[in-house]
Design a protein around this ligand. Structure first.
Ligand SMILES: Cc1cc2nc3c(=O)[nH]c(=O)nc-3n(C[C@H](O)[C@H](O)[C@H](O)COP(=O)(O)OP(=O)(O)OC[C@H]3O[C@@H](n4cnc5c(N)ncnc54)[C@H](O)[C@@H]3O)c2cc1C
Length: 471
């Protein structure tokens, strides 16, 4: 018989919520984080906010964001690929979790202007996700959760869906850690380029698109346990390996951990061309907060998986400026040369676009009437000629935020095996987010899902372990 009640695998928001809840319930808890201490916290350390339902103004949230509206938003972005029961459970939990978070040291602030207009729907963490995970780690340490860093779990020992032990890699070889119950919260597989390559395959030009992906978050979400569960456990899987939240980001971003500062938010104010200097999608289809998450995939579908956002000086001051300056030139031909694009084609593309802009009343706060006519693709809003120097260009690459493939769970966060819930193996966070979010995204819901299911998973794991002791 093992002494440890609850083993939590992972070191981000979902894992920490589970560990804290299990410990508060009286269980002994160990948390295994693959990363070293200085890189702890996974993608959660890159976050800024969580989406919260509320029926009226609350602390940092204005107006109301009722359950039904949140649910309709989820339904829309997922195209129906969501489990309504689990989605509504997440939504309701999002309205009550903030006092608990605050108890563990998380501080909130009103949203700043320019943050995708989220002041009604999203509560922002003071100091961002880094401060949130640091607060949770501090609280966990204080409560006596045993935390082990540099502890990547390689495999689990399961018997008919019942958890027995996990094996971690240590400098001295593998180490077996047994516990009465376990919570899996080790994220998606986006950091595993080989797996992303396999999932995305080759394109029509013989390229492997994933070779040009950048990973916005941690390098430690290798999907080791997801792979183990898929290949060796018989667990029920949910989601599609090719689905990932993918944003077009600054092509100069590092392979991992570029975070939110790599965003380029000027697409709707100009045009985007590919490496052949041709436009390929309506840059003004809808408000940028509703479209930014489709541009990663759009760029991924272009040759070389690269795009170039082109603006003129009229756009400056109308979007959140990127951290690093773009390529700047006094004329469009100079800009084409500086970006390494074919000058003649580039000028043809820009001249065609400029000539197609129908004069209207430009208003970036509305779906205005500035559109193009007679050019493909059409730009439906905010189309103004790009004619006032200096001109700016930003190279864009696909930036993967997280993958959607995960494990099937029920409302107690239990992993399922052939449709049967496990009695002592629970799942939280990105590893099960696909139950609620089969595709698409609405800002802040990742942390809502992780917080709701992390807390449920920790509670259920502790309940099982403590009942075991009592019986
Ligand atoms: C740049 C960026 C910005 C984002 N902004 C927001 C936002 O503002 N709001 C929002 O809701 N969502 C946001 N997201 C999404 C959000 O990060 C995720 O939805 C959420 O953090 C998932 O939490 P998690 O605990 O499941 O995973 P993570 O926080 O990624 O944690 C996974 C943990 O598991 C560990 N791990 C992995 N494999 C193993 C293993 N084999 N053994 C042990 N440990 C392992 C990792 O080291 C890591 O600590 C953002 C993501 C990125 C990348």
């Amino acid at each position: 018989m093992t002494d440890l009640d609850v083993l939590v695998i992972g070191g981000g928001n979902a894992a920490l919520c589970a560990a804290l809840m299990a410990r508060e319930a009286g269980a002994s808890v160990m948390l295994l984080e693959a990363a070293p201490r200085e890189w702890r916290g996974g993608n959660s350390s890159h976050t800024r906010n969580l989406r919260c339902m509320h029926d009226g103004p609350q602390d940092v949230l204005v107006d109301a964001y009722p359950e039904e509206e949140f649910w309709q938003d989820l339904l829309k972005v997922t195209g129906g690929q969501t489990d309504e029961h689990l989605a509504r459970l997440t939504i309701r939990a999002s309205s009550t979790c903030r006092p608990w978070m605050a108890k563990h040291g998380v501080r909130f602030q009103p949203s700043l202007s320019g943050t995708l207009s989220l002041s009604r729907t999203n509560a922002f963490f003071m100091g961002g996700g880094k401060a949130l995970v640091n607060a949770y780690y501090r609280s966990a340490e204080k409560l006596g959760v045993q935390i082990r860093y540099n502890a990547p779990v390689e495999r689990l020992e399961l018997e008919d869906g019942h958890f027995k032990a996990a094996t971690i890699t240590t400098p001295n070889g593998p180490q077996r850690i047994a516990a009465k119950a376990c919570v899996l919260a080790s994220g998606g597989f986006e950091s595993n380029i080989a797996w992303m390559r396999e999932a995305w395959g080759q394109n029509e030009w013989g390229e492997w698109p994933a070779d040009n992906f950048l990973i916005r978050g941690t390098r430690y979400n290798m999907g080791t346990l997801l792979k183990f569960m898929i290949d060796h456990s018989g667990a029920d899987i949910i989601g599609d390996p090719t689905q990932a939240h993918c944003v077009a980001i600054d092509a100069r971003a590092p392979l991992y951990d570029g975070g939110i500062c790599t965003r380029i938010d000027c697409v709707s104010l100009g045009v985007v061309v590919n490496s052949k200097a041709q436009r390929f999608y309506d840059e003004g289809e809808d408000f940028w907060p509703k479209r930014y998450a489709i541009w990663g995939r759009l760029v991924a579908q272009q040759p070389g998986q690269i795009g170039y956002a082109i603006i003129d000086s009229k756009a400056i001051g109308r979007f959140m400026p990127p951290v690093f300056d773009g390529v700047k030139a006094d004329t469009l031909p100079e800009l084409a040369r500086a970006l390494g694009l074919d000058e003649a084609t580039f000028m043809q593309t820009l001249n065609d676009y400029n000539a197609a802009c129908v004069p209207g009343s430009f208003d970036h706060t509305q779906l205005d009437d500035c559109h193009t006519q007679g050019v493909a693709p059409t730009k439906t809003h905010w189309a103004r000629p790009i004619d006032t120097g200096p001109f700016y260009g930003y190279a864009l690459k696909p930036g993967v935020t997280f993958t959607y493939l995960g494990l099937k769970v029920n409302d107690q966060a239990a992993a399922h095996f052939g449709g049967v819930p496990s009695d002592n193996l629970f799942v939280a966070g990105e590893m099960m987010a696909g139950n609620v979010l089969g595709k698409g995204y609405t800002a802040g819901v990742g942390m809502s899902i992780g917080t709701a299911f992390g807390r449920i998973a920790g509670t259920q794991a502790a309940k099982f372990a403590l009942e075991k002791i009592a019986s």
